[in-house]
Design a protein around this ligand. Structure first.
Ligand SMILES: Cc1cc2nc3c(=O)[nH]c(=O)nc-3n(C[C@H](O)[C@H](O)[C@H](O)COP(=O)(O)O)c2cc1C
Length: 389
């Protein structure tokens, strides 16, 4: 895949002539837009955090030799633990159920896998087209296509149970009862390390309002799922709200162990003839680098009000993004859209994080967490930085 593409735009701006024939011929300008998708790098990598496996092999920039760095993090220390070997996860809906990528990348070296969204009943998903690339991201409307929780467990749970990498099952539903039924089914199943609640689903009982749109909706579904399972519970917030902080607080108070932020933002692309939308559903979810500043702001906001760990999601494509999210108060990140072009990216980012820690003489990445949060003079500890991995 090309890293760059040429986009042709109209050159002149200003007042528009009355008729098309009156308009002067426009000389198109050409600007270069960096693709949201980074090229694939399939070079073999050493174990994360440690020195290269084969002493004779030349180390790359990301693998500089030195002492091992502790990249481990426990996302749910209060609930029997959800321990990850490194803080780079893959995001729901962008890595299938993990098994699909076994040939392409050493999945055991990923921090954790958030599965494709899973519902109580099978779903065929939305009408095509479902995906289109934008200059700084991806617009998608897959519609939670999945075979239903029963089939998911039958097909994959035994495989997951043999993996070192934890699998967190991302769940969705149209009612609280749906979420609860899926959570109950997952509870205690070997191979299921945790649950991630997708709150960006329409609540049928509330006329299609997203569960994550307000405090009440988010709290009700979180509390109900909390009661249904002992599994570590990560709750994924929607960015499509005026103020995410009360919602995050309600999620924390309702028993979530972790908050993940953020899901996609609604967007639209038109079809080539501009007579209607491009996507089969009309609107879709925007992901990729385009949403990164929004996600960074939300992580920074949430980190200042909750004490549970935060996992950042949104446009992660390089180490600088990981460092930004850690500084904003996240203890881990998820990689989503960028995986479509480079499934090995999460593993490489973990390598690069280890190398960065070595460069800074850090034995672990913990000191990188929360450095961009405001400091309150005189306060023994600021809320939001109390949790350290
Ligand atoms: C094709 C696609 C499918 C997705 N499916 C889900 C899903 O099933 N459940 C969910 O919580 N998020 C889903 N997401 C959202 C991602 O997990 C992630 O929150 C979002 O894409 C932002 O991260 P990114 O910019 O790294 O892609 C999906 C995203 C994409 C692009």
């Amino acid at each position: 895949m090309k890293a760059r593409k040429r986009v042709t735009t109209a050159g002149a701006t200003g007042s528009r002539p009355a008729r098309a024939s009156d308009r002067p011929r426009r000389t198109p300008t050409v600007r270069t837009v960096r693709s949201a998708i980074v090229p694939v790098d399939r070079r073999p990598r050493p174990p994360i955090g440690g020195a290269p496996q084969s002493p004779g092999r030349a180390a790359s920039a990301a693998e500089d030799r030195g002492p091992a760095v502790d990249l481990s993090v426990d996302l749910a220390p209060g609930r029997g633990g959800l321990r990850l070997e490194n803080p780079v996860l893959v995001a729901a809906g962008t890595f299938g159920y993990g098994v699909e990528y076994g040939e392409v990348v050493d999945i055991q070296r990923i921090g954790a896998i958030c599965s494709r969204g899973t519902t109580l009943q099978p779903r065929v998903g939305n009408a095509p087209p479902r995906v289109t690339e934008t200059p700084a991201g991806l617009l998608s409307s897959v519609g939670l296509q999945n075979p239903g929780v029963e089939a998911v467990l039958e097909r994959y749970a035994a495989t997951w149970a043999g993996w070192r990498v934890p699998v967190i099952v991302n769940i969705a539903g149209g009612s609280i009862e749906d979420y609860v039924a899926v959570a109950r089914r997952l509870d205690g199943v070997p191979g299921v390390a945790g649950i991630e609640l997708n709150l960006s689903c329409p609540n049928v009982a509330r006329g299609g309002l997203l569960f994550g749109i307000d405090r009440e909706g988010a709290a009700a579904v979180t509390a109900a799922v909390r009661r249904a399972t002992e599994l570590p519970l990560m709750v994924k917030v929607s960015p499509n709200v005026a103020d995410v902080r009360p919602i995050a607080l309600a999620i924390e108070a309702s028993g979530a162990d972790v908050i993940s932020a953020i899901n996609t933002l609604p967007g639209m692309a038109l079809g080539p003839d501009r007579t209607g939308p491009f996507l089969g559903t009309g609107y879709g979810g925007l992901s990729g680098p385009a949403i990164r500043p929004v996600a960074l702001r939300i992580v920074h906001e949430v980190a200042q009000v909750v004490s549970i760990p935060i996992v950042a999601i949104g446009g992660v494509t390089e180490l600088a993004d990981v460092l930004d999210y850690l500084a904003a108060g996240a203890v881990a990140v998820q990689v989503g859209t960028a995986i479509f072009a480079d499934p090995a990216l999460p593993v490489r980012l973990a390598d690069e994080l280890a190398a960065e820690c070595r460069r800074r003489d850090l034995a672990s990445y913990r000191p990188l967490v929360g450095t961009a949060l405001p400091r309150r003079p005189g306060a023994p500890s600021a809320r939001g930085v109390e949790y350290r991995p």
